[in-house]
Design a protein. Structure first.
Length: 123
């Protein structure tokens, strides 16, 4: 099966591709400018506030920056879009022959962030 020329990304698209791996709430996420991500609730921020996230890795085209000294000055800028609850998780507990049944649920609180900018790594 042949690939069409329009399906293969050009060298310019590969070179301009900038993304970062950020740490939020004990988790790591891959983000690019314009992405909307869900993180654990940031209770101290309101909708429209600007937030800075710490970076673990920055990829700018073919250049990969993972040096902690360089990344200390690189921040990912985001804007708070929304606060909401996640999907409901049902927890069922059951013990055989004792009549013990317990049903509880949980909805995690989330904050939606829109990535507005990624600082370039100073070399």
């Amino acid at each position: 099966m042949e690939r069409l020329a329009s399906e293969v990304p050009s060298t310019n698209e590969r070179e301009n591709r900038v993304y970062a791996i950020v740490r939020t709430g004990g988790r790591q996420q891959k983000v690019a400018v314009g992405d909307v991500i869900e993180v654990d609730r940031m209770s101290d921020s309101k909708v429209g506030d600007a937030v800075e996230l710490s970076t673990l890795l920055v990829v700018d085209g073919d250049a990969v920056t993972s040096d902690p000294w360089v990344l200390a000055g690189v921040k990912v800028h985001a804007e708070v879009v929304d606060h909401h609850k996640g999907a409901k998780i049902d927890i069922l507990k059951y013990k055989n022959k004792t009549g013990y049944r317990k049903r509880i649920g949980h909805r995690q609180l989330h904050t939606a962030l829109k990535i507005t900018g990624i600082d370039s790594a100073a070399k």
